[in-house]
Design a protein around this ligand. Sequence first.
Ligand SMILES: [Zn+2]
Length: 84
Amino acid sequence: MENPYLCPACGTNRSRFNLIQQKVRPVKKDPQTGKIVAEVDASDPLQAPYRGEELRVQCGVCGVVDAEQRFVKTARRGTGELSI
Ligand SMILES: [Zn+2]
């Protein structure tokens, strides 16, 4: 989060961002009603653990959402890509 960002879509924004924390909540739902019937322990071997990004970032100018790493890598390259 302390790395400089550059939006990979608009290629100009380096200062305005929405940080989106991914909060994982493993649950069991009733298949018919959709009601959450249990919280599942993270160590439950029957449930695949979430392995996605912890943090996603939205550009505060053009609104594109992507993985934080894409914003960091674009900033390191020094230029945005014009296509997504
Ligand atoms: Zn942008």
